[in-house]
Write a protein of this length. Sequence first.
Length: 291
Amino acid sequence: MQIPHKIAFLNGQFAPLAALKISVLDRGFLLGDGVYEMIPVYQRVAFRLDEHLARLAHNLAQVSMENPYSLPMWREHIQSLIQAQTFVDQSIYLQVSRGPAYPRQHAFPLQATPTVLMFADPLEPPPAQAIESGVSAITCDDFRWQRCNIKAISLLANVLAKQEAVDAGVAEAILLRDGVLTEGAASNIFIVKDAVIYTPAPSNLMLTGITYDVILELARQHDLPLKLEPVTEQMLRDADEVWLTSSSKEILAIVNLDGQAVGNGQVGPIYKTMYGLYQDFKMTVMHRGQE
Protein backbone atom coordinates (compact mmCIF):
# COMPACT_ATOMS: atom_id res chain seq x y z
CA MET A 1 0.00 0.00 0.00
CA GLN A 2 1.40 3.36 -1.07
CA ILE A 3 0.65 6.06 1.54
CA PRO A 4 0.74 9.61 0.11
CA HIS A 5 3.39 11.90 1.49
CA LYS A 6 1.54 14.30 3.76
CA ILE A 7 1.94 15.62 7.27
CA ALA A 8 -0.29 14.12 9.95
CA PHE A 9 -0.72 14.47 13.72
CA LEU A 10 -0.35 11.83 16.43
CA ASN A 11 -0.46 12.56 20.16
CA GLY A 12 0.83 16.11 19.93
CA GLN A 13 3.46 15.54 17.25
CA PHE A 14 3.43 16.29 13.52
CA ALA A 15 5.14 13.80 11.19
CA PRO A 16 4.70 12.18 7.77
CA LEU A 17 1.57 10.01 7.75
CA ALA A 18 3.52 6.95 6.60
CA ALA A 19 5.84 7.24 9.61
CA LEU A 20 3.13 7.20 12.29
CA LYS A 21 2.83 4.16 14.57
CA ILE A 22 0.40 3.17 17.31
CA SER A 23 0.50 0.30 19.78
CA VAL A 24 -1.10 -2.99 18.73
CA LEU A 25 -2.75 -2.88 22.18
CA ASP A 26 -4.60 0.34 21.38
CA ARG A 27 -8.27 -0.15 22.27
CA GLY A 28 -9.29 1.65 19.10
CA PHE A 29 -7.54 -1.08 17.11
CA LEU A 30 -8.64 -4.01 19.29
CA LEU A 31 -12.16 -2.98 20.33
CA GLY A 32 -13.25 -0.03 18.19
CA ASP A 33 -13.22 1.95 21.45
CA GLY A 34 -13.15 5.55 20.29
CA VAL A 35 -14.89 8.37 18.46
CA TYR A 36 -14.11 10.44 15.39
CA GLU A 37 -14.92 13.56 13.36
CA MET A 38 -14.70 14.49 9.69
CA ILE A 39 -14.14 18.22 9.10
CA PRO A 40 -14.32 19.77 5.61
CA VAL A 41 -11.86 22.57 4.87
CA TYR A 42 -12.35 25.10 2.08
CA GLN A 43 -9.45 27.33 1.04
CA ARG A 44 -7.71 26.38 4.31
CA VAL A 45 -10.71 27.45 6.41
CA ALA A 46 -12.28 24.68 8.51
CA PHE A 47 -16.05 24.61 8.00
CA ARG A 48 -18.00 25.01 11.25
CA LEU A 49 -14.99 23.97 13.30
CA ASP A 50 -16.46 24.85 16.69
CA GLU A 51 -19.60 22.83 15.93
CA HIS A 52 -17.48 19.82 15.00
CA LEU A 53 -15.41 20.17 18.16
CA ALA A 54 -18.53 20.57 20.27
CA ARG A 55 -19.88 17.32 18.83
CA LEU A 56 -16.52 15.65 19.49
CA ALA A 57 -16.61 16.79 23.13
CA HIS A 58 -20.18 15.52 23.48
CA ASN A 59 -19.30 12.12 22.01
CA LEU A 60 -16.24 11.77 24.22
CA ALA A 61 -18.46 12.41 27.24
CA GLN A 62 -20.99 9.85 25.97
CA VAL A 63 -18.32 7.13 26.05
CA SER A 64 -16.77 8.34 29.33
CA MET A 65 -13.52 9.57 27.82
CA GLU A 66 -11.77 12.70 28.97
CA ASN A 67 -11.26 15.29 26.25
CA PRO A 68 -7.48 15.29 25.68
CA TYR A 69 -7.31 18.96 24.61
CA SER A 70 -8.97 22.24 25.37
CA LEU A 71 -10.92 24.01 22.63
CA PRO A 72 -8.07 26.50 21.92
CA MET A 73 -5.58 23.62 21.73
CA TRP A 74 -7.78 21.69 19.29
CA ARG A 75 -8.10 24.80 17.12
CA GLU A 76 -4.34 25.33 17.16
CA HIS A 77 -3.50 21.73 16.26
CA ILE A 78 -6.10 21.59 13.49
CA GLN A 79 -4.99 24.88 11.99
CA SER A 80 -1.37 23.71 12.03
CA LEU A 81 -2.42 20.50 10.29
CA ILE A 82 -4.30 22.46 7.64
CA GLN A 83 -1.34 24.74 6.96
CA ALA A 84 1.04 21.76 6.70
CA GLN A 85 -0.71 20.38 3.62
CA THR A 86 0.11 21.27 0.02
CA PHE A 87 -3.59 21.25 -0.97
CA VAL A 88 -6.06 23.90 0.17
CA ASP A 89 -9.45 22.10 0.14
CA GLN A 90 -9.20 19.31 2.67
CA SER A 91 -11.11 16.63 4.53
CA ILE A 92 -9.69 16.22 8.02
CA TYR A 93 -10.13 12.89 9.79
CA LEU A 94 -9.83 13.18 13.57
CA GLN A 95 -9.92 10.13 15.86
CA VAL A 96 -9.63 9.75 19.61
CA SER A 97 -9.37 6.23 21.03
CA ARG A 98 -9.17 5.24 24.69
CA GLY A 99 -5.54 4.35 24.08
CA PRO A 100 -3.34 1.29 24.66
CA ALA A 101 -4.06 -0.98 27.63
CA TYR A 102 -3.18 -4.47 28.79
CA PRO A 103 -4.63 -6.98 29.35
CA ARG A 104 -7.26 -6.80 26.61
CA GLN A 105 -10.64 -6.63 28.30
CA HIS A 106 -14.02 -5.08 27.61
CA ALA A 107 -14.18 -2.96 30.78
CA PHE A 108 -12.43 0.41 30.86
CA PRO A 109 -8.78 0.15 31.94
CA LEU A 110 -7.89 1.78 35.25
CA GLN A 111 -5.18 3.76 33.49
CA ALA A 112 -5.01 4.68 29.82
CA THR A 113 -3.85 7.67 27.81
CA PRO A 114 -6.03 8.50 24.79
CA THR A 115 -4.56 8.17 21.33
CA VAL A 116 -5.25 11.23 19.15
CA LEU A 117 -4.80 10.90 15.38
CA MET A 118 -5.49 13.47 12.67
CA PHE A 119 -4.72 13.54 8.98
CA ALA A 120 -5.97 15.43 5.93
CA ASP A 121 -6.94 14.28 2.46
CA PRO A 122 -7.82 16.43 -0.54
CA LEU A 123 -11.51 17.31 -0.44
CA GLU A 124 -12.95 16.34 -3.79
CA PRO A 125 -16.33 17.92 -4.59
CA PRO A 126 -19.06 15.68 -5.99
CA PRO A 127 -18.91 15.43 -9.79
CA ALA A 128 -20.90 18.06 -11.65
CA GLN A 129 -22.97 15.28 -13.20
CA ALA A 130 -24.07 14.08 -9.75
CA ILE A 131 -25.01 17.61 -8.68
CA GLU A 132 -26.92 18.39 -11.87
CA SER A 133 -28.57 15.03 -12.57
CA GLY A 134 -28.69 13.31 -9.18
CA VAL A 135 -27.59 9.89 -8.00
CA SER A 136 -29.11 6.47 -7.28
CA ALA A 137 -29.53 4.62 -3.98
CA ILE A 138 -30.84 1.40 -2.51
CA THR A 139 -32.59 0.63 0.77
CA CYS A 140 -31.23 -1.73 3.43
CA ASP A 141 -32.35 -2.97 6.82
CA ASP A 142 -30.85 -0.97 9.66
CA PHE A 143 -29.42 -3.64 11.96
CA ARG A 144 -27.08 -1.34 13.92
CA TRP A 145 -26.94 -0.88 17.69
CA GLN A 146 -29.18 1.48 19.69
CA ARG A 147 -26.63 4.31 20.12
CA CYS A 148 -26.14 5.46 16.54
CA ASN A 149 -26.04 9.07 17.75
CA ILE A 150 -22.49 8.45 19.01
CA LYS A 151 -19.93 9.06 16.26
CA ALA A 152 -18.05 5.88 17.15
CA ILE A 153 -15.19 4.39 15.16
CA SER A 154 -16.84 0.93 15.32
CA LEU A 155 -18.56 1.25 11.93
CA LEU A 156 -18.79 -2.33 10.68
CA ALA A 157 -22.56 -2.22 10.14
CA ASN A 158 -22.22 1.00 8.14
CA VAL A 159 -19.34 -0.51 6.17
CA LEU A 160 -21.48 -3.51 5.21
CA ALA A 161 -24.38 -1.29 4.14
CA LYS A 162 -22.08 0.96 2.12
CA GLN A 163 -20.58 -2.06 0.40
CA GLU A 164 -24.09 -3.17 -0.58
CA ALA A 165 -24.45 0.18 -2.32
CA VAL A 166 -21.07 -0.17 -4.02
CA ASP A 167 -21.91 -3.68 -5.19
CA ALA A 168 -25.22 -2.36 -6.57
CA GLY A 169 -23.43 0.44 -8.42
CA VAL A 170 -25.21 3.23 -6.55
CA ALA A 171 -24.16 6.17 -4.39
CA GLU A 172 -25.75 5.30 -1.05
CA ALA A 173 -27.67 2.79 1.03
CA ILE A 174 -30.69 4.26 2.85
CA LEU A 175 -31.36 2.50 6.15
CA LEU A 176 -34.82 1.47 7.32
CA ARG A 177 -35.62 0.23 10.83
CA ASP A 178 -39.06 -1.31 11.41
CA GLY A 179 -40.43 0.45 8.33
CA VAL A 180 -39.10 3.88 9.29
CA LEU A 181 -36.20 5.85 7.77
CA THR A 182 -33.19 6.42 9.98
CA GLU A 183 -30.34 7.70 7.75
CA GLY A 184 -27.90 6.68 5.05
CA ALA A 185 -24.88 4.45 5.55
CA ALA A 186 -22.72 7.61 5.50
CA SER A 187 -25.25 10.44 5.24
CA ASN A 188 -28.47 11.97 6.51
CA ILE A 189 -31.60 11.73 4.38
CA PHE A 190 -34.28 14.32 3.59
CA ILE A 191 -37.41 13.92 1.51
CA VAL A 192 -39.74 16.46 -0.10
CA LYS A 193 -43.46 15.96 -0.60
CA ASP A 194 -45.78 18.67 -1.92
CA ALA A 195 -43.01 21.28 -1.40
CA VAL A 196 -42.57 20.34 2.30
CA ILE A 197 -39.18 19.09 3.50
CA TYR A 198 -39.29 16.12 5.89
CA THR A 199 -36.47 14.51 7.85
CA PRO A 200 -36.27 12.39 11.00
CA ALA A 201 -35.75 14.35 14.20
CA PRO A 202 -32.49 13.69 16.07
CA SER A 203 -32.61 10.49 18.12
CA ASN A 204 -30.39 7.70 19.38
CA LEU A 205 -31.06 5.81 16.14
CA MET A 206 -29.23 8.25 13.86
CA LEU A 207 -26.16 10.45 13.74
CA THR A 208 -27.14 14.00 12.87
CA GLY A 209 -24.40 15.58 10.79
CA ILE A 210 -23.16 19.16 10.82
CA THR A 211 -24.54 19.46 7.27
CA TYR A 212 -27.92 18.19 8.54
CA ASP A 213 -27.93 21.09 11.02
CA VAL A 214 -27.05 23.60 8.30
CA ILE A 215 -29.93 22.38 6.10
CA LEU A 216 -32.37 22.85 8.98
CA GLU A 217 -31.04 26.35 9.62
CA LEU A 218 -31.27 27.35 5.97
CA ALA A 219 -34.80 25.99 5.60
CA ARG A 220 -35.95 27.99 8.62
CA GLN A 221 -34.12 31.17 7.61
CA HIS A 222 -35.62 31.11 4.13
CA ASP A 223 -39.15 30.04 5.11
CA LEU A 224 -39.01 26.67 3.37
CA PRO A 225 -41.67 24.41 4.93
CA LEU A 226 -39.92 21.88 7.16
CA LYS A 227 -41.14 19.05 9.37
CA LEU A 228 -39.00 16.97 11.72
CA GLU A 229 -40.99 13.79 12.17
CA PRO A 230 -40.80 10.06 11.46
CA VAL A 231 -40.49 9.29 7.76
CA THR A 232 -42.05 5.95 6.91
CA GLU A 233 -40.83 3.71 4.12
CA GLN A 234 -44.00 4.53 2.20
CA MET A 235 -43.33 8.27 2.55
CA LEU A 236 -39.80 7.70 1.28
CA ARG A 237 -41.02 5.78 -1.77
CA ASP A 238 -43.81 8.28 -2.50
CA ALA A 239 -41.56 11.35 -2.15
CA ASP A 240 -41.26 13.97 -4.87
CA GLU A 241 -37.59 14.44 -3.95
CA VAL A 242 -35.02 12.60 -1.82
CA TRP A 243 -31.70 14.12 -0.75
CA LEU A 244 -28.57 12.88 0.99
CA THR A 245 -26.35 15.22 2.99
CA SER A 246 -22.86 14.83 4.45
CA SER A 247 -19.73 16.88 5.06
CA SER A 248 -18.01 15.48 1.96
CA LYS A 249 -21.01 15.22 -0.39
CA GLU A 250 -22.70 18.40 0.92
CA ILE A 251 -26.17 17.85 -0.62
CA LEU A 252 -27.10 15.56 -3.48
CA ALA A 253 -30.45 14.60 -4.97
CA ILE A 254 -31.36 10.91 -5.13
CA VAL A 255 -33.37 10.44 -8.33
CA ASN A 256 -33.57 6.64 -8.37
CA LEU A 257 -34.29 4.37 -5.40
CA ASP A 258 -34.18 0.59 -5.63
CA GLY A 259 -34.41 0.86 -9.41
CA GLN A 260 -37.49 3.10 -9.36
CA ALA A 261 -37.62 6.80 -10.22
CA VAL A 262 -37.99 9.23 -7.34
CA GLY A 263 -40.75 11.65 -8.33
CA ASN A 264 -40.26 12.35 -12.02
CA GLY A 265 -36.75 10.93 -11.93
CA GLN A 266 -35.08 14.33 -12.18
CA VAL A 267 -33.45 16.75 -9.76
CA GLY A 268 -36.28 18.65 -8.10
CA PRO A 269 -36.89 22.39 -7.61
CA ILE A 270 -36.62 22.36 -3.80
CA TYR A 271 -33.27 20.61 -4.05
CA LYS A 272 -32.04 23.24 -6.51
CA THR A 273 -33.11 25.99 -4.13
CA MET A 274 -31.45 24.35 -1.13
CA TYR A 275 -28.27 23.57 -3.06
CA GLY A 276 -27.95 27.23 -4.01
CA LEU A 277 -28.61 28.37 -0.44
CA TYR A 278 -25.98 25.97 0.86
CA GLN A 279 -23.34 27.17 -1.59
CA ASP A 280 -24.07 30.81 -0.71
CA PHE A 281 -23.86 30.00 3.00
CA LYS A 282 -20.59 28.12 2.56
CA MET A 283 -19.01 31.00 0.67
CA THR A 284 -20.13 33.48 3.32
CA VAL A 285 -18.62 31.39 6.09
CA MET A 286 -15.37 30.96 4.17
CA HIS A 287 -15.14 34.70 3.50
CA ARG A 288 -15.57 35.47 7.19
CA GLY A 289 -12.91 32.93 8.06
CA GLN A 290 -10.38 34.63 5.80
CA GLU A 291 -10.97 38.14 7.09
